[in-house]
Design a protein around this ligand. Structure first.
Ligand SMILES: [Cu+2]
Length: 349
């Protein structure tokens, strides 16, 4: 286990893709997007208003939080946002591979079973010591062979099962996928987070509000937090697996009740029209360019495209608001009370 090789050494991303994904703007977008929809429902009115003012309410005009007190919200279309936003990310990476004449990254067709080849980049990284014993034990379980055979193999089958999929709305599919197999795949394939400057293990990971430039090093590709997970080559295999379930879902609906779900394209992404099984006309992947964009000089000169208006300083503000202390009364409810603020999937509920 001492010789564990990181996926970035075995199955590196195309350098152009790695560098785009490791940029501060992409890290901040992925972190702000996940965190704001994950925490929205439990934020104070003051924080919500401050974030709205920056254009970052999840769901454009309609509030679409993903969680309520730690429980996934399956019926508000937030799961559609999850699937759409990641499909957009996959499209952006695929475009760079196409430009370079390289074969795009292949999805996992099935979640890899333990004991496979040691050089395919999919070996399970060893656990690391944690000050928080429940977290250490949870990771120990997620990384075990038993967990694969008792949970992951079953999910792999269930989310391909047409009878199951044909009864789910697209939002329910996204939400259930995200907060079961997706989160657990992230943690199962996580390696000990390391400070990119010193190389030392930081058991708790980066603090959520630490925007020091050293965390933008392409080697900071910890799968367990939103600021870094998408820089890890495994991210693209596991999110490819998640994305392929959308196609299974569509095929299942088409077979069970043709014409109920209709295809469309949104911002160049293959998607579905709102209807009985699809709730959102406008999945939320990022804020829209502000209506008064001529007011801010830096917006006017940006290139076009879905992320053209993402401003790193504004995204830092959004994240800082999310994790700001609000005084002793609210601290009692604040899960960051016992630990430094960290934006990882370690935190449950
Ligand atoms: Cu993500």
């Amino acid at each position: 286990m001492v010789d564990f090789k990181e996926p970035r050494e075995l199955i590196p991303l195309l350098p152009a893709a790695r560098d785009m994904l490791a940029s501060e703007a992409h890290r901040l977008h992925h972190a702000a997007w996940h965190d704001v929809r994950g925490q929205w429902q439990d934020l104070s009115d003051g924080k919500r208003n401050a974030i709205r003012h920056l254009g970052w309410q999840p769901g454009h005009g309609i509030e679409r939080p993903a969680l309520s007190r730690g429980s996934p919200i399956v019926d508000n279309g937030s799961g559609e946002d999850f699937l759409f936003m990641h499909r957009q990310m996959i499209g952006a990476v695929r475009a760079l591979y196409d430009q370079a004449g390289e074969t795009p990254i292949a999805s996992w067709r099935a979640i890899p079973a333990p004991g496979g080849p040691q050089d395919d980049g999919f070996e399970i990284p060893p656990n690391w010591s944690q000050p928080d014993e429940p977290t250490r034990r949870r990771l120990e379980a997620l990384k075990s062979d038993t967990f694969f055979w008792t949970a992951m193999r079953g999910w792999d089958r269930q989310f391909k099962n047409a009878a199951y999929l044909s009864g789910l709305s697209l939002g329910a599919l996204g939400s259930i996928l995200e907060f079961t197999v997706h989160n657990d795949m992230h943690m199962r394939w996580s390696s000990a987070p390391r400070d990119p400057a010193s190389g030392d293990v930081v058991p708790d990971g980066r603090s959520a509000t630490d925007f020091d430039p050293r965390w933008s090093h392409p080697g900071y590709d910890f799968l367990g937090e939103f600021y870094s997970s998408h820089v890890n080559p495994v991210f693209w295999r596991l999110h490819g697996w998640v994305d392929d379930r959308i196609d299974d879902w569509f095929a299942a609906h088409e077979a069970a009740h043709p014409v109920d779900v209709e295809r469309t394209t949104i911002d160049g992404i293959d998607w579905f029209k709102p209807g009985r099984w699809v709730s959102s006309q406008e999945p939320w992947a990022s804020p829209k360019a502000p209506a008064d964009s001529t007011h801010h000089g830096h917006h006017g000169h940006s290139p076009s495209g879905p992320h053209a208006h993402l401003d790193p300083e504004e995204m830092k503000k959004v994240i800082s608001i999310l994790y700001a202390d609000e005084g002793p009364k609210l601290l009692a409810l604040n899960r960051s009370l016992r630990a430094p603020p960290r934006a990882t999937w370690f935190l449950e509920g």
